[in-house]
Design a protein around this ligand. Sequence first.
Ligand code: FAD
Length: 396
Amino acid sequence: MSEKVAIVGGGIGGLCAALALIRHGIDVEVYEQAPELKELGAGVQISSNGTRVLYALGLGPAIERVGVVVAGKEIRLWSTGQTWKLFDLGAVSVERFGFPYMMFHRGDLHMTLLDAIRRERPGAIQLDRKCVGVTQHTDHAEIQSENGATTRAALVIGADGVQSRVRLAVFGADRPEFTGIVAWRGLIPRDKVPAGIKLDTGTNWVGPGGHVVHYPVRGGALLNFVGLLERDDWRVESWTVQGTKDEFANDFRNWNPLIHECIRCVDVPYKWALFARPPMPAWTQGRVTLLGDACHSMLPMLAQGAVMALEDGYVLARCVQKYGVAPQALQRYEAVRRERANRAVSGSADNARRFHNPDLAHAAGAEAYVTREWQEDKVNARYEWLFTYDATAVPI
Ligand SMILES: Cc1cc2nc3c(=O)[nH]c(=O)nc-3n(C[C@H](O)[C@H](O)[C@H](O)COP(=O)(O)OP(=O)(O)OC[C@H]3O[C@@H](n4cnc5c(N)ncnc54)[C@H](O)[C@@H]3O)c2cc1C
């Protein structure tokens, strides 16, 4: 009987799970649909609960080379640019939560995980292997690939993102709902970043019906620039669809001139329609489970989607080590993870309402609104349960 764990999807979640399984002495292979592994030109924030996992995987020196530790986060008003502190990070994150809050170019984080896997198990990642089905048998599960290949494994992990084929095969079609929000993103080289935009800080501009996030990545060489806006006429959920700078600028007409200076300087503007999916009542069936966006995709307003995928991967590996390469391990993994991940899903939706609140329309009302909503104790209640979690030690 096979003792192998097969992971479908080589994104941040799938690769983290693979490396964690390797570190826990488990036989693992990853089946990725893309013919070549690369992540997109976009940023990803990884809070202390996620960097804790990366350090536990031995990636500390590697992530310190490519990530950026920002001094803190700020809130700015869409119209006047008035600024409020959200929280201090830098040394404060390490002091309070044990690990840094870091900003990455997604490609850098992905490559760090990939390099570590290839060093330890050069053949562990199979490319050009789009999964089109999964079936289960008494003592194994089988993955069918589009190219006709089949793979047997003791356990199958669907880490294949929002449009997961593993989820479709095991749980049937899902019910994505368009949130009415479109996310724009682009990168700006450091020397083109307008004066007035801080390069050592994460910034959230908040406004009625939209918000803008920017922060440095790739050791500070680039600024990741993301704008989310409520509009009803674009419904493609994709990382790779390009838009135009004129359309991006038009979505943010009337916003602060600094936002427009940034939009003019982004390299390529990409747009992605944000969909929400109701929480799944279960992630696991027999020898198959799901991980990351495949089972708990969330709006990006809490910056926790990838972080939750990292936590999932580490907890999954611990469960397989403890309970064996058997269905029981998957049941334990889901029992440990599902409630927390779903809480992050609803926290993200709450933040969407907070960031886009109509009270932000006028500077006078906005002052009172921001002061009330971003009071220190409220911020702590929203983030502390996330940042303190220890995937390496949580009881399994
Ligand atoms: C605008 C925006 C900003 C965000 N910012 C943050 C942030 O700052 N911090 C944060 O933590 N999260 C953030 N997120 C969320 C984060 O991007 C996701 O939660 C994360 O990428 C999920 O990782 P994953 O590995 O589960 O899925 P994915 O990254 O989607 O990876 C899935 C992988 O599976 C492969 N695949 C798909 N289908 C198949 C198939 N049939 N067969 C084989 N392989 C397949 C894909 O090619 C891909 O490699 C953001 C999201 C958006 C949209």
